[in-house]
Write a protein that binds this ligand. Structure first.
Ligand code: G4P
Length: 535
């Protein structure tokens, strides 16, 4: 098969949601369609359980297991689908943000009763940075929830994206009768409890068909009215707008009942993009280029101190990745070779010989690789789009064993390279400030520093709530600002100046006082739309 065929075969995506909306359930159902029945259940058992929140070792153990199913691959209608798993647990949200940099599209799951939740909005913001195409699945229609038009309004408003319903529900909860496919114009009838991949489809040539009244009784007229309203209110589906991340097709269903999932998958296969062009610091890289390139988007450490190896996750962007071949490690300016790269086929970890754009390769690493690193077949280029995101909790790292300062420095530097937390430096290295998105990370860091590096520390709470990367068209103004706001200024691992704000209100006050300074949510996307206050 030619490389072009390999590329056209692949669709690499992630399912994202606020915890409990149904991501794990939907993932399992999709795997069922791909014939991976043996894997269903595996996904569920890897889910980080809510009850384990206070026990991070338990969580790490579960995360360890889930490495094997970090990427789930299945074939459907001649396509090879890579689902990149994202941790639902809020404290690992940064892992999810980074995984989103390695996919070509996403499916967003929303609970019909909850609508758009906090995590949904944050994840969408990350998708918007790269114009990632999004398909929305409104889940749990077998339960009572918000009226569908209300959910649509909320999605449109809070996620700032235009929508096109592809299916529409007839009732919900106890009155849930099925979904109407607006494009194929057929009605798919719901029978609760049917979890097998089965179809119960009613072909109707027109909504006026008496069959509709027969099956839906008094709800038939409601559906007719709804469809009329939809056609009047929502634009037709536009492939171009979807691929630009401007319009999201919306499906309704019940993942638990495997209902509405097939419509979702069929459309996904038809419209989801194959591996896309990627930006680098020098040029665009096209997947069909002959020479290999890829980047590291995630690192998973082995918590067992006797095995210090880590697993780096490489996304192939162009050309062919090959086992044993020397590739250029651009940051370290040296050649590296991987003798046991493996793929993550669910439940099987097998060594691979070749991988193509869209694929994810697991690389054993002894400390050479960090998140954002680029590997190529010689060319000196650096992929963009793997930024650091603003943490939400900040604490000062205090060394409690001065004899082990070196170990502490090394340990915290390596942990931040792995993406466990972000390290900011203040006052020329005198103060180390660690930022995370969840409390749990501080337990993880303390434990790992002690057990893997022999260093001891404690964390002092700080009242900051967000970090903003700073730029200005006027370097002198930026320098002045940094001097004036010294106590709130820190530096990230690339020595970029970062402003720590205690609250949104405070940040906005700063922005008003210093209009010539630009504040950004992430380390990399210093674009207009990503500026604080741009929306
Ligand atoms: P997540 O990965 O997004 O966190 O969600 P997950 O799939 O684990 O689903 C969260 C809960 O919602 C689960 O119940 C799951 O069974 C349920 N669920 C998922 N889809 C549907 C649906 O279409 N209808 C209904 N009624 N429930 C749904 P749980 O009680 O937390 O877990 P479990 O005991 O069922 O495993």
């Amino acid at each position: 098969m030619s490389i072009q065929d390999e590329i056209e075969k692949r669709k690499t995506f992630a399912i994202i949601s606020h915890p409990d909306a149904g991501k794990t359930t939907l993932t399992e159902k999709l795997l069922l369609f791909g014939g991976g029945i043996h894997t269903a259940g595996a996904v569920k058992s890897n889910k980080i359980k809510r009850s384990a929140t206070s026990d991070f070792m338990q969580i790490e153990k579960q995360r360890g297991i889930s490495v094997a199913t970090s990427v789930m691959t299945f074939e459907y209608r001649d396509k090879l689908i890579n689902i990149l798993d994202t941790p639902g647990h809020k404290d690992f949200a940064e892992d999810t943000y980074r995984t989103l940099t390695a996919v070509d599209s996403v499916i967003l799951v929303v609970d019909v009763a909850k609508g758009v939740e906090e995590q949904t909005e944050k994840l969408m913001n990350v998708c918007r940075m790269r114009n990632t195409p999004v398909i929305i699945f409104v889940n749990k229609l077998d339960r009572e929830g918000k009226p569908p038009f209300e959910v649509m309004d909320e999605l449109e408003e809070k996620l700032d994206i235009s929508l096109r319903p592809m299916t529409w529900p007839a009732g919900m909860g106890a009155r849930f009768k099925g979904v109407y496919n607006l494009h194929q114009r057929n009605l798919y009838l719901f029978s609760p409890g049917k979890t097998k991949v089965e179809e119960d489809r009613l072909l109707i040539d027109s909504l006026d068909s008496p069959l509709l009244d027969q099956k839906l009784d008094s709800q038939a007229d409601q559906l007719r009215e709804d469809v009329e309203l939809i056609e009047g209110v929502y634009e037709q589906f536009s492939m171009a707008a979807y691929l630009q991340g401007e319009q999201a097709p919306v499906f309704f269903g019940s993942a638990l009942n495997n209902f509405g999932v097939r419509e979702l998958l069929e459309t996904f296969i038809d419209i989801a993009p194959t591996p896309r062009v990627r930006e680098t610091d020098t040029r665009e890289v096209h997947p069909e280029e002959e020479r290999f390139s890829g980047f590291i988007f995630k690192i998973h450490a082995n918590l067992d101190p006797r095995h210090r190896d880590r697993i780096a996750f490489l996304r192939v962007c162009s050309g062919t990745f090959q086992k044993d071949k020397a590739f250029r490690h651009v940051r370290l300016k040296k050649d590296v070779r991987f003798t046991t790269p493996y793929n993550f086929m669910a439940q099987r970890k097998s060594v691979l010989t070749e991988a193509y754009p869209g694929d994810v390769v697991g690389l054993y690493d002894r400390g050479d690789l960090k998140i954002g690193d680029t590997l190529t077949e010689g060319e000196e280029l650096q992929f963009r789009g793997i930024p650091s995101f603003s943490p939400e909790i900040f604490r000062e790292l205090v060394n409690t064993n001065p004899m082990k300062s070196k170990q502490l420095d090394k340990g915290i530097a390596q942990l931040s390279e792995e993406g466990v937390a972000q390290l900011f430096i203040q006052d020329k290295g005198r103060r180390k400030i660690v930022g995370t998105v969840g409390d749990l990370q501080f337990d993880v860091i303390t434990y790992r520093l002690e057990h893997e590096y022999g260093a001891h520390c404690r964390f002092e709470p700080l009242s900051y709530a967000m970090a903003c990367w700073l730029t200005s068209e006027d370097p002198a103004k930026l320098k002045d600002f940094i001097r004036l706001k010294g106590s709130s200024i820190v530096y990230d691992h690339d020595e970029n100046p970062v402003f720590l704000a205690e609250s949104k209100w405070w940040l906005h006050a700063m922005m008003e006082d210093y209009p010539e300074i630009e504040f950004h949510f992430t380390s990399e996307f210093k674009t207009e739309q990503n500026r604080v206050g741009a929306s």
